[in-house]
Design a binder for this molecule. Structure first.
Ligand SMILES: *[C@@H]1O[C@H](CO)[C@@H](O)[C@H](O)[C@H]1NC(C)=O
Ligand SMILES: *[C@@H]1O[C@H](CO)[C@@H](O)[C@H](O)[C@H]1NC(C)=O
Ligand SMILES: *[C@@H]1O[C@H](CO)[C@@H](O)[C@H](O)[C@H]1NC(C)=O
Ligand SMILES: *[C@@H]1O[C@H](CO)[C@@H](O)[C@H](O)[C@H]1NC(C)=O
Ligand SMILES: *[C@@H]1O[C@H](CO)[C@@H](O)[C@H](O)[C@H]1NC(C)=O
Ligand SMILES: *[C@@H]1O[C@H](CO)[C@@H](O)[C@H](O)[C@H]1NC(C)=O
Length: 787
């Protein structure tokens, strides 16, 4: 009776709460396009005036304002209800209004899903790397920085900070600009308003978070050192991957914009604020390893697309990670044509680990195992019901002294789950059998050896034949071995194209190393980011497109340093047309997850080739007209486009009457997602080589079922004509639907190879509303349906 009464009271209380929050407030971003006036103070006042239009009192409007974006473009974010958002969206000066989402970091490992009390919270050396970069600043949008790491010490003889740099290091908890910042780390800011509006005040007592640019996660320190880390001779993780560590551009400057907080959550309102200030500060490159899994929102409803658009207009290259949602198709993120989207692939380094059973059966697995382990190997069934290595299947028996053999397919279980389950059982170690296409080494909470299913099957049958289903096992310390093949291989987790919102722009653009990458790490955070792990390290291995993105950012910083005048589009073109898709054995790069030859949807134009990208011969530059076409295709009106694009006075905007395909953008790859009849696409290339006279000849690999003609087939460049257009005509030659085929167009002058992927989906087969084309069998099928 009494409990029923309490229950009732509780309900009443709940409904009261619900009553009060009927009008839910969310953080919305209101985007207004380019700034009307230069003065940021006036711009802010204007924002407040607009916002006051949906409040009775100006005071309330002030209260609800989260940010005013006033330096590099115009917009604001505010905590308002849906009615107010709709009213704002209806205003003439407003381009779009959208809810601020929480984006996520693109790392692969996540330990927190176990409910355990875990922390809630390349290439060979190039002289160019060591001589260039001083004049570029890379802005890193991430979880902040551990400034004491050796990766952020000054390189020898660094020049003074470029005069164009207007950014600064701000004070904050455990972050003193006087000691943290130097000629290397030239900027450090943090953005918290949006995060706190969503999650309440940051609790720095119970978590290790800092209300400052200091990194409490490790991710930001890791990515920053991949992009621009200084040369450090003594890198390594317990002896693995030992050697000299350096970022892509060790002499480039680093500016940190902390926008991601506990659990790797990054609020869009904060991200847009970082874009607003970073552009004003004068960064040359922005590197951002986060995103939101599909559904992808339209470009004008995404802070990363809006921010990167304005950055691009100021000549700043923005590099994003593609996401870790592979290998299924169409899950790629960050797909705007004005930014660069990076997939992940492996490098040629392995960590083989020898395992010996009963002094007779020996095989190799992969691990970061430091110890010589002698123990007993047992099957998972002994400790886990059904042989499923999960904590909730544990039989409450101590596994001290045992190494457990687990299979990913039993459950199925993720390797992290099996590790946590084995750790709870106090096992000495874990041997984890997984599909070979999903293998990569990572740092573990207990000694864990990865093997493939074939080895797993052998082990399993060995165990079942042995007495008591157990064997004596000896595990040797892992070794670091380089020059392994096949390499590179596209990571199974790397998000694949086509882009779900603009399939005629190939994404990802390019691929770079993102598996088992060694880089700087805050010593206060354990290498597995879990509390049960007591180790402190200065270097750590991480995997994800989060790690491949800063590889490209570093190379872009170098290109920018050597060619300061190149536009972001020209730099992207240089990256893409020089990328390779043959592996070290001259075979087509494999796609992890399927183990088939990769396609441009896996690898983009190919794998990053830093040296070649410095000197590509020709570039495809994307110009204002291209972006106008793109915005037209995305449903913007002429008036809106004028508000977004910096146009030369007198420029007229002509949106095509019929929606043209985005394949017409002067992009370094060509993708036609629906080829119904013959189309002709124009591309324009510009000479950027030092050669006095050059003659390029085109060669074509046609996609299956498509006749491709390129005209002209020969391009002459002289000092009088440094830009030429050519036309690609695509004619479907088969009945097909929904199937992509791949080819390429290559321009070659005897020295430079300028290669573009050609991706076509022939779409000629009958459709429901296209009666003429229905062939006999389809008609028969239709009749059947009608019956
Ligand atoms: C939204 O807020 C405004 C101003 O506070 C208020 O007048 C309006 O009723 C609210 N709308 C809803 C749906 O709660
Ligand atoms: C995008 O924003 C507009 C308002 O500007 C909104 O009406 C629309 O629903 C949003 N679209 C999506 C898919 O979120
Ligand atoms: C954190 O600790 C300080 C001092 O110990 C205390 O004043 C403050 O209220 C605490 N904050 C939270 C969110 O618990
Ligand atoms: C394991 O122990 C926990 C608590 O000690 C208990 O709640 C649970 O029922 C036990 N499980 C089994 C399978 O014995
Ligand atoms: C595992 O080891 C810890 C520490 O030695 C001990 O407290 C715990 O009871 C052990 N658990 C089992 C299941 O043996
Ligand atoms: C190509 O352009 C470069 C400068 O970008 C110039 O030095 C070179 O002479 C040009 N070559 C031709 C053939 O136009």
């Amino acid at each position: 009776m009494t409990s029923g009464y309490h229950f009732f009271l509780g309900l009443a209380f709940m409904s009261l709460c619900v009553m009060q929050t009927v009008s839910t407030l969310d953080v919305y971003i209101v985007y207004l396009g380019l700034k009307d006036v230069q003065d940021p103070i006036l711009t802010s006042k204007y924002h407040l005036r607009l916002l006051s239009g949906v409040f009775q009192r100006k005071e309330d409007a002030k209260q609800s304002m989260v940010y005013s974006y006033k330096h590099s473009f115009s917009g604001f974010s505010a905590k308002i209800n849906s009615t107010q958002a709709a009213t704002l969206a209806g205003m003439e000066e407003v381009i779009s209004v959208f809810k601020s989402r929480i984006l996520r970091l693109h790392t692969t490992r996540s330990w927190d899903f176990m409910g355990l009390n875990l922390n809630p919270a390349g290439d060979q050396s190039k002289p160019l790397q060591l001589t260039h970069g001083d004049n570029t600043v890379v802005g890193l949008f991430d979880t902040g920085i551990w400034p004491e790491s050796k990766s952020f010490h000054e390189e020898p003889n660094m020049h003074p900070i470029p005069r164009t740099w207007k950014g600064k290091c701000v004070c904050g908890q455990n972050f003193n600009p006087k000691t943290a910042c130097n000629l290397k780390l030239v900027g450090a800011r943090y953005y918290l308003n949006g995060y706190e509006q969503e999650h309440g005040p940051l609790n720095t007592n119970e978590t290790s978070e800092y209300r400052s640019p200091r990194d409490a996660n490790g991710h930001g320190t890791h990515t920053a050192s991949i992009a621009v880390g200084s040369t450090v001779k003594t890198a390594g993780f317990f002896g693995f991957g030992q050697g000299t560590a350096r970022g892509g551009a060790p002499r480039a400057r680093l500016a940190v914009y902390k926008v991601c907080w506990e659990d790797g959550k990054c609020s869009e309102a904060d991200i847009l604020a970082a874009f607003d200030e970073a552009i004003k500060d004068g960064v040359n490159v922005i590197s951002a390893s986060f995103g939101s899994p599909p559904p992808q929102l339209p470009f004008y409803n995404s802070s990363t697309d809006i921010g990167s658009f304005h950055a691009m207009q100021e000549g700043i290259s923005v590099i994003f990670s593609a996401g870790n949602n592979g290998p299924d198709p169409s899950l790629v993120q960050n797909v705007a044509p004005w930014s660069t989207c990076v997939g992940a692939s492996s490098i040629d380094r392995n960590f083989p680990t020898r395992v010996l059973l009963d002094n007779s059966l020996s095989f190799m697995g992969e691990s970061f195992n430091t110890k010589h382990i002698e123990a007993r190997l047992v099957g998972a069934r002994k400790y886990f019901r059904g042989g499923i290595c999960k904590t909730d299947r544990w039989r409450n028996k101590s596994a001290v002294g045992d190494v457990i053999l687990c299979f990913s397919t039993q459950g199925p279980v993720a390797i992290e789950e099996a590790e946590v389950a084995s750790w709870i059982a106090n096992a000495t170690g874990l041997i984890f059998a997984n599909s070979p296409t999903r293998q990569y080494v990572d740092v573990d909470i207990i000694p864990t050896i990865r093997i493939d299913m074939t080895q797993g099957a052998k082990l399993n049958s060995y165990l079942s034949q042995s007495i008591k289903n157990q064997a004596k096992v000896c595990i040797f310390p892992s070794k670091t071995v380089i020059k392994q093949s096949p390499a590179p291989v596209v990571a199974d987790f790397s998000s694949r194209g086509p882009s779900s919102i603009s399939p005629d722009i190939l994404k990802p653009d390019i691929s770079a190393p993102g598996i088992s990458i060694l880089a700087a790490w805050p010593p206060g955070i354990s290498p597995t980011s879990t509390e049960i792990d007591q180790r402190s390290v200065e270097w750590n291995f991480q995997s994800g497109t989060s790690m491949s993105c800063p590889h490209v950012s570093g190379v872009v910083a170098l290109i920018k340093s050597v060619h300061p005048g190149w536009s972001p589009a020209a730099i992207k073109s240089a990256l893409m047309t020089t990328a390779y898709n043959k592996d070290k054995n001259h075979d087509t790069v494999l796609s992890g997850g399927t183990n088939e030859e990769c396609t441009p949807f896996d690898i983009g134009a190919g794998h990053l080739n830093p040296l070649k990208a410095m000197d590509p011969g020709l570039v495809y530059d994307t110009k204002t007209d291209d972006y106008i076409l793109f915005l037209c295709n995305n449903g913007y009106t002429k008036d809106q486009i004028k508000k977004i694009i910096n146009l030369n006075p007198g420029t007229t905007i002509n949106c095509p009457k019929q929606r043209a395909t985005n394949a017409h953008l002067n992009y370094p790859s060509i993708t036609v997602s629906s080829l119904q009849s013959t189309i002709t696409i124009k591309r324009t290339v510009r000479n950027v080589s030092a050669k006095k006279i050059t003659v390029y000849i085109a060669s074509i690999v046609s996609p299956h079922g498509v006749e491709v003609t390129v005209w002209p087939r020969i391009l002459f460049f002289t000092y009088l004509s440094d830009e030429h257009s050519y036309y690609v005509t695509l004619k479907p030659q088969k009945m097909s639907r929904g199937r992509y085929d791949y080819g390429e167009i290559v321009w070659f002058d005897g020295f430079y190879t300028v290669k573009s992927p050609l991706v076509v989906c022939v779409d000629t087969a009958a459709t429901d509303d296209d009666d003429d084309a229905i062939d006999g069998s389809l008609q028969a099928l239709d009749e059947l349906k009608q019956v």
